[in-house]
Design a protein around this ligand. Sequence first.
Ligand code: ADP
Ligand code: MG
Length: 396
Amino acid sequence: MTSYNKKSVEDIDVSGKKALVRCDFNVPMKDGVITSDKRIMAALTTINYLLQHGAAVILCSHLGRPKGEFKPEFSLAPVAERLSKVLERPVAMAKDVVGEDAKAKAAALRPGEVLMLENVRFEPGETKNDETLAKAFAALADIYVNDAFGSAHRAHSSTAGVAAYLPAVCGFLIQKEITVMGKALADPKRPFVAILGGAKVSDKIGVINNLLEKVDTLIIGGGMSYTFMKAQGHSIGNSLCEEDKLDLAREMLEKAKAKGVNLLLPVDNRAGDKFDANCAVQLVNSDDIPDGWMGMDIGPVSEELFCNAIKGAGTVVWNGPMGVFEFDQFAQGTLKVAAAVAESGAVSIIGGGDSAAAVTKLGFGDKMTHISTGGGASLEFLEGKDLPGIAALNDQ
Ligand code: ADP
Ligand code: MG
């Protein structure tokens, strides 16, 4: 496993330097208009730090999937415009990524000035981690700053390759991700409780496997719990099930036993007669879900069981909602668990896109120690994998 002791912008002299900053400006857009500027706002701390410390800032990011060619609908120009408003200073927009216009504008850039390169995925080499492209990025700047945690699990030219050719450090967003999550995995305050849910066992099997090595208690809820129930020979009605993961589920149950991990599965569920927000609902026992019904949320007895385990935790890592929280009648389990995590006083870490959305939607966003900004990246982190965009940065 890589060291997560990476140099940050605070560990090097940035004054008078041109800093190439890889951000995550992959913002949601509708008809050319940015519908949420959360990611732009999140990038401000690092950008402002660099500007205040005398650097010139060259920003780059991907946006959508333009597949290696210039497509105007994927231009970062609207992001540059929005950023300019919130920074209250001009943000120059390059017409290309590492072409003549970008080179000329980068060369002319002075301390305190900001330049935005075009969408890095307009370059066909980006997603192939092309070396020539990585060198072209490096040629624009004196230092490289990675602050795009959401792309850190990708080995691309602007996320990893470029780091080989410049002093390479992390920005404040990545720094927080790796210190909070890194510490939770390497040296957690105990008891360490992991809560895993969401739709599929197959998405989370790596996380379950890695966390079983580390946690004291593992709570499994959500759509993936039914595969575990079926693996133990129970009837699960029409609930989600991955038939080809039954053996793996049994293996994980065995591993939990062998490691002495307290593994908690739901004992009751709210079940619906179809996958619909307005379906009929009944409470069922998790080990005997009637035919024609599907488990859509954990039930009240499970809520209490799970919340009691969360109450005394020193560290909680949570990935995956307890039920179909998008439907109001199946949001209760996720709500109760979110409240318990918020009240526990534990170091609380939320990983995963839908989990972050659920916690925020239910009003507990500011009660958590850390909500990871990277869905896929946080999963790979929790799996114990090396993230190429972080591994490539300079160690402290
Ligand atoms: P994350 O993005 O946090 O990693 P996932 O993508 O794995 O989480 O899972 C989130 C999805 O799982 C949600 O859309 C939710 O509706 C779904 N889900 C949770 N419980 C169930 C269930 N019992 N049946 C079907 N889908 C479920
Ligand atoms: Mg998801």
